[in-house]
Design a protein around this ligand. Sequence first.
Ligand code: TXA
Ligand code: MG
Length: 311
Amino acid sequence: MYVSLDQAVAKLQCGEVVAIPTETVYGLAGDARKESALKQIYAMKERPANNPLIVHIGDINQVNDWASEFSPLAKKLARAFWPGPFTLVLPAKDSVSTIVRAGEPTVALRMPSHPVTQQVLRDSGLALAAPSANKYTQLSPTTAAHVTQSLGQGVAVLDGGACAVGIESTIVFVETGQWQLLRLGMVTEQQIEAVAGCRAVVRKQKASPKAPGQHLLHYSPSTPIRLFDSKAALLAFAQTQENCAALLFGDGGVVNGQSFVLPRDAEKTAEQLYDTLHQMDALKVDLLLIETPPNEAAWLAIHDRLRRASH
Ligand code: TXA
Ligand code: MG
């Protein structure tokens, strides 16, 4: 069910859940202070209660409503990368619902840059908890149509067009002058390092907060995926397959089946990646063959999503 911006705002203010566009992926949004809305988000996604949600804010001053500590390092990162595809995990205030943070002592905060998201945040006056608007472990949605494919026609969706970044935000945990990378995204480790003035600390399994998206079947289409180290290896294998589709980067040799080609440009590929995987999945072939993208820093988040999708 498609809703207008005013309807979306009214629903959110009443404690209902609405799928909204952001620059990364569509989010399934609800009032981050209302436990009934938070419970509904988990239920609709069929997401385990131990996987916390990101709280979306419209203004950097709202950080202090949620975090007990907004350190100089965290501030520096927020000023550099907000609004945008960047999430900060900070120590949570006691007042933050344990549902939104899934019992963690921390809370994840993001200020999105999509003008429609910003208007929803402004007009509603709320902070919005919003995980990606898909069933748990499925591919994230980058169009309004993807949302209804995953969550059904009954879900209220505000259509803001296709997402420009196309993959989920980079997530960084900041604590006592140090930072850790929890999820790769289009804001790269190098960019964060340049702003932070220091390198990331490597994650210690026990001491660090819950690592997000670690479920092995995250971001998966329903068709099995096989990754290939080179285009040549993919094309040779494709010759032996009857019913497959291929995803290639830069240029494509055609396979017996359908081939999809994404540009040798990490940002453009990220933008189109999930939509392409949704299209490939819809073909209902036996196997999706995917060329490993260029091995360069700008492509690391795309590598990460393809590795998870192919698991
Ligand atoms: O780009 C994005 O981040 C999108 C849009 C809608 O903003 N949201 C998104 O949400 O990808 P979701 O729920 O699909 O992924 C958020 C990840 C989860 O894997 C969760 O584990 C992690 O963020 N997370 C949330 N709160 C956390 C916390 N307090 N500590 C560690 N990880 C946290
Ligand atoms: Mg997700």
